[in-house]
Design a protein around this ligand. Structure first.
Ligand SMILES: Cc1cc2nc3c(=O)[nH]c(=O)nc-3n(C[C@H](O)[C@H](O)[C@H](O)COP(=O)(O)OP(=O)(O)OC[C@H]3O[C@@H](n4cnc5c(N)ncnc54)[C@H](O)[C@@H]3O)c2cc1C
Length: 399
């Protein structure tokens, strides 16, 4: 057993963890940084895992963020294949399989893990998609062009992988309990999303859950609530994720749909949290939220790293606020959203041959903007939203 010390410990070596380490290394190079990651790779991009064409090789070296190797060369200690087992916030210590790591400031960035409901868990040829190894196993499973694939869950990752499969001429079914996936963005978006998949040749089964799985003559089928049978030699489960907090039980941190943090992303003395795992009060929208998208993870990682370095130097941390953003690529269409919706917004729609643009208005402010294509316009609107949320400003822009 070894005991070691570091100025800043980062637990979780993905989007948020890497940005935290980078922020410390760049802005306080005198501080030592140790990144604890249970993965065997340096931090790599997750978004391509659901999007890269099946014919193209998935190469982890090509996905690793180029600056990660630079950080390692400049002294950031990446401890790969190392799982943090527990946290003692009183002694500022992370317990590792081979010893302990004591920090002056900690950034928790352990993200989320895929949910696999009991009906699917432990069965052969059932896959979730969260890490590089998941993607390689899944791609091997769908290598046989005769194998039917059922994607359970029509969210972004399920939808993207269905799109990748259709492009490779596979038989794909997309199943969701919701009758109108994405209707949190309004009926128009839900209809456009369903049409996108249907027109591309995806078999859509909506408003119906999977209640059983049957196998006959070596061919597997999902049984839906209304008795429909869906071919499912390979099953992809995309029903959502849960924050990776198991290792933090007993740490004294507060969990409420993620780890609760304050506006500076601080969850306890000397402890900051960033990425998919944090729920924090976002002053930009005057509400607490947890975001499961790449850009927020990167931005929060950087902010948490900066605040960790500031804490050590005795400076006050900065509040973190942003306009959450995501993109998704499906069937050649880029879907993008910026903002935060609560469901009571007025929807202002602009549909043209170039795509669909939706503005969400709450009183005199803009709560969000969503686009199918209309890329140039979306980029400008998103930039505007980052500066101000007044409805009048966006209204003037649209005229
Ligand atoms: C297939 C896929 C496609 C995506 N596409 C998009 C997209 O198009 N657009 C978009 O906006 N977002 C997309 N996302 C979401 C985006 O990638 C995530 O929001 C982002 O990666 C979250 O980063 P994170 O660092 O908070 O968490 P994670 O990426 O979940 O990383 C957490 C890391 O911590 C490690 N870890 C967990 N527990 C421990 C422990 N106890 N000890 C040590 N290490 C631990 C995990 O193994 C992992 O490496 C996609 C995600 C996936 C999976």
């Amino acid at each position: 057993m070894t005991t070691s010390t570091t100025d800043v410990a980062v637990v979780g070596g993905s989007t948020a963890g890497l940005r935290a380490a980078e922020a410390v290394a760049r802005h306080a190079p005198e501080l030592s940084v140790t990144v604890i990651s249970d993965e065997p790779h340096l931090p790599y991009e997750l978004p391509p895992l659901s999007k890269v064409a099946l014919d193209d090789r998935l190469d982890v070296d090509a996905l690793v963020y180029p600056f990660a190797a630079g950080l390692r060369d400049s002294g950031v200690d990446f401890r790969l294949n190392t799982r943090a087992l527990s946290l003692d916030t009183k002694s500022n210590t992370v317990v590792l399989p081979d010893g302990t790591l004591t920090y002056r400031a900690l950034v928790i960035a352990t993200g989320c893990e895929a949910i696999v409901p009991p009906l699917f868990a432990g069965r052969p040829r059932v896959h979730a998609l969260r890490r590089f190894e998941d993607a390689t196993a899944l791609r091997a499973a769908v290598a046989d062009p005769e194998a039917s694939v059922a994607v359970v869950g029509a969210g972004f990752i399920g939808g993207e992988f269905a799109s990748t499969l259709v492009k490779a001429k596979r038989t794909v079914s997309l199943i969701d309990l919701a009758a109108k996936p994405l209707d949190r963005f309004g009926e128009r978006v839900a209809d456009a999303y369903a049409a996108l998949h249907r027109d591309a040749g995806v078999g859509l089964f909506l408003g119906n859950g999977v209640v059983d799985i049957t196998e006959e003559d070596g061919r597997r089928r999902l049984v839906l609530g209304d008795g429909t049978l869906v071919p499912a030699d390979v099953i992809v489960v995309g029903v959502g994720v849960r924050p990776s907090i198991d290792w933090l039980r007993g740490s004294g941190l507060t969990f409420d749909n993620g780890i609760l943090a304050d506006a500076t992303l601080r969850a306890a003395d000397n402890v900051f949290v960033a990425g998919d795992i944090v729920r924090w009060p976002n002053a930009r929208f005057d509400t607490a939220m947890r975001i499961e998208h790449w850009t927020s993870a990167a931005e929060q990682g950087r902010a948490a790293g900066m605040n960790a370095a500031k804490l050590i130097s005795g400076a006050k941390g900065d509040d973190f606020a942003n306009v959450p953003y995501f993109w998704s690529d499906q069937h050649g269409v880029r879907i993008q959203f910026a903002g935060h919706l609560t469901g009571d917004e007025e929807i202002v729609e602009s549909s043209t041959d170039d795509g669909l643009l939706i503005l969400y208005r709450r009183g005199e402010v803009v709560a969000g903007v969503l686009a199918f294509e209309r890329r140039a316009q979306f980029v400008r609107l998103r930039a505007l939203l980052r500066r101000e949320l007044r409805w009048q400003a966006v209204d003037e822009f649209m005229r």
